[in-house]
Design a protein around this ligand. Structure first.
Ligand SMILES: [Zn+2]
Length: 138
């Protein structure tokens, strides 16, 4: 069977099956999350899906109180901010994801370098199921 194409849709498809998968370049070994059809490092197109450990650490973050409509629909806003972070994965790549299990209204509850573990966030807005990658403190 041909592998799923290396894109965000396939990445989210795997998340829906409770699998955290990245695209690994067989030419240079770089792992990219979410995957792209062409290696960002060497331009290679010989890619394969690899399972990720889901372990990483917080590299940067921002707490967001003025939220886009999709997040407002999930109940976030001025009185209930959420956190978006850059997570450095064990596999050596970076991914932008929601940080959960912390108090986004209290920046002191987060620190650069804190260990995080991937979690799969499932929600339903207006009858449409959504699945996203998130991270929570290990
Ligand atoms: Zn490569």
């Amino acid at each position: 069977m041909a592998p799923l194409p290396f894109n965000i849709q396939s990445f989210e498809h795997y998340l829906g099956e409770d699998k955290l998968m990245g695209g690994k370049c067989n030419a240079c070994g770089m792992v990219v999350v979410p995957p792209r059809p062409i290696c960002a490092d060497c331009g290679g197109i010989d890619l394969e899906w690899v399972p990720l450990t889901g372990k990483g650490e917080l590299m940067a973050y921002t707490n967001i109180a003025v939220v886009p409509p999709a997040m407002a629909a999930e109940g976030y806003g001025r009185n209930n901010p959420y956190c978006s972070g850059v997570v450095g994965l064990e596999e050596g790549c970076h991914v932008v994801a929601r940080i959960v299990g912390i108090d986004a209204s209290d920046p002191e509850s987060l620190s650069i370098g804190m260990p995080l573990t991937a979690t799969i966030l499932k929600s339903e807005v207006d009858g449409i199921a959504k699945v996203r990658l998130g991270f929570e403190p290990s």
